[in-house]
Write a protein that binds this ligand. Structure first.
Ligand code: ADP
Ligand code: NI
Length: 232
């Protein structure tokens, strides 16, 4: 990776850049190891895509790309599905940042983003920083479009769920327990979550990226029903 600045110029502050590059490389190794055995849709490739998209949005929105990238790399290490519970996961990330000698300001910025992101289900608190909004957008974008379709069915398969059941219509509203426990067919997840995500994005550039992904999901569903019913 190069030490490119937002205006594309070479930097002379290599003393400052090098530790950042090193921290990102260490965070990558940490997340890779933590997510190696995940089957809940939070595998390492998800994190890599979120990191890449967060970097792209950060450039467009003129945000701090380093904070976005670091938070993207660490955002799922603290997930309750991986760490067991949220508190343990967050403490693990904080300890890790401390152990890396990460400065207090960066640690707080990253922890604030990850803590907000890992609030499970239901009413999530709003993301207050631009960098947090970007990482959240990148995470949500990875749940829609072609990759989103693939992840949904991979998740459903891992949980032993049916792809589709015309007798089980999607539910309008769910609480956290219902959301986690109810074994609905995977197609329902589109109506309960995936088709709603484009209107829940924070940044303008992410909303632009979501348009094509959303249209793709609609086309996918049309084709899916047509094939299911023998019309296509
Ligand atoms: P996040 O932690 O990023 O908010 P989730 O843990 O809810 O996301 O989901 C991770 C991935 O698994 C996403 O791609 C999501 O669409 C998929 N997924 C989660 N729940 C379901 C479900 N009930 N059916 C199908 N896919 C699901
Ligand atoms: Ni994620």
């Amino acid at each position: 990776m190069t030490s490119e600045t937002s205006d594309g110029s070479e930097t002379s502050d290599s003393d400052e850049q090098a530790p950042r590059e090193r921290l990102l490389a260490e965070a990558e190794a940490f997340a890779r190891a933590a997510l190696a055995h995940d089957s809940s849709g939070h595998d390492w490739s998800h994190v890599e895509r979120v990191r890449r998209v967060a970097r792209t949005i950060a450039r467009k929105e003129r945000a701090d790309g380093f904070i976005c990238e670091l938070a993207a790399l660490l955002h799922d290490v603290a997930d309750y599905k991986i760490a067991g519970d949220e508190e343990t996961g967050l403490a693990r990330v904080r300890d890790w940042l401390g152990g890396q000698g990460c400065d207090a300001a960066t640690t707080e910025r990253v922890m604030q983003i990850i803590a907000t992101m890992s609030c499970a289900g239901g009413e999530r608190p709003p993301m207050t920083t631009l960098e947090g909004q970007i990482v959240q957008d990148a995470d949500r974008l990875d749940a829609i479009g072609a990759v989103g379709v693939a992840r949904a069915f991979a998740y459903g398969g891992a949980k032993g769920r049916a792809m589709y059941d015309p007798a089980q219509p999607p539910r309008e509203r769910m609480n956290v327990e219902e959301y986690r426990a109810q074994p609905a067919p995977t197609i329902n997840h589109f109506y309960e979550k995936l088709l709603l995500l484009k209107d829940r994005l924070n940044t303008r550039y992410a909303r632009r990226m979501a348009e094509q992904r959303h249209q793709f999901m609609l086309a996918f569903l049309d084709e899916f029903y047509a094939e299911w019913e023998g019309r296509s």
